[in-house]
Design a protein around this ligand. Structure first.
Ligand code: NAD
Length: 282
């Protein structure tokens, strides 16, 4: 049997259409402030995509594009100004930041109620406690939406994550645990990784290694979520070798067209929610 394609692009378009209708009913457009330091090629593309997607549904963005040698105090001042500006509903700092900057210190300066990336310790801590944070990071949130559309009851599922980053693997592990899954988090130092991945009902690859996961890494009829965005001979591909696994898995997210579009849709959703939170409507 050929795996079912979990179509993130279509789901994301539905989310965006619903948001567009809701935003058009607001008295004024929600605003997202984006802080970008330096000229990293991927970051420039990601920021451009976020601005374009926001504009399409009637969200405003304000880009603070700063030189790569900008000092910490300048960035903290911009965050303080945005925190205090009632017209700014959400604030994101495009990561990674240049090495001379303290990422945690900068992220932690954002008000939790404006932290639409969901990286502030208040928001990650509330998620850990299985309480309601203001915001959950967009990529894990989008993945949960895709998985739950496909498989509404996750209780008892064996989930294996490849990658333990702060923006994908760790929050996703918590979200899965909160849905009563049995979760294993693997990373670059994990020994005999295939012994774990072969037991996964749901396998999530978020490690940034092109086509790492082959058919012999997976269990038959598993659900595969591919977060990776890599280039292989100039072509975009994921962390899972799509052609190798397609006849063995039950379902898979494609790259492109899977997790990526959902990440942007969830950021827009979080910004809309931020507006409601700040207008005490949520
Ligand atoms: P990261 O570099 O912060 O973390 C990578 C993780 O993978 C680490 O925990 C590392 O130990 C682990 N890892 C690396 N090589 C491994 C290997 N050979 N075996 C097992 N584990 C390994 O990366 P990140 O920011 O989480 O991003 C991961 C990938 O997901 C990248 O390709 C990135 O572009 C992509 N990404 C996509 C989206 C999206 O919206 N689709 C969002 C965020 C990240």
């Amino acid at each position: 049997m050929t795996a079912q394609i979990i179509d993130g692009k279509t789901t994301a378009m539905q989310v965006r259409a619903e948001l567009k209708a809701k935003i058009s009913a607001l008295p004024n457009a929600p605003m997202l402030a984006i802080i970008l330091v330096g000229d990293d090629d991927s970051s420039l593309i990601y920021v451009r995509n976020k601005q374009k997607a926001a504009a399409e549904i009637g969200l405003k963005t304000e880009l603070y594009h700063l030189p790569k040698d900008t000092d910490e105090a300048t960035i903290l001042k911009i965050i303080d100004d945005c925190n205090g500006n009632a017209e700014v509903n959400g604030i994101i700092v495009q990561l990674p930041l240049p090495k001379h900057l303290d990422t945690h210190k900068i992220i932690n300066r954002i008000l939790p109620t404006k932290d639409v990336d969901g990286f502030h310790p208040y928001n990650t801590g509330m998620l850990q406690n299985n309480e309601k944070p203001y915001f959950i990071a967009a990529t894990p949130l989008g993945i949960m939406k895709l998985i739950q559309n496909y498989c509404p009851n996750l209780s008892g599922k064996n989930v294996v994550l490849i990658g333990a980053s702060l923006i994908v693997g760790r929050p996703l592990a918590t979200l899965m645990l909160n849905q009563e899954c049995t979760v294993s988090i693997t990373h670059i130092h994990t020994r005999n990784i295939k012994d774990l991945t072969r037991k996964a009902d749901i396998l999530v690859a978020a490690c940034g290694v092109a086509k790492l996961v082959k058919a012999d890494w997976i269990k038959s009829d598993s659900i595969l979520i591919d977060v990776g965005i890599n280039r292989d001979n100039g072509k975009i591909c994921g962390d899972i070798d799509f052609d190798d696994v397609i006849e063995k898995a039950a379902a898979i997210t494609p790259v492109p067209g899977g997790v990526g579009p959902m990440t942007i849709a969830m950021l827009l959703q979080n910004t809309y929610d931020a507006y409601l939170i700040q207008h005490s409507a949520l």
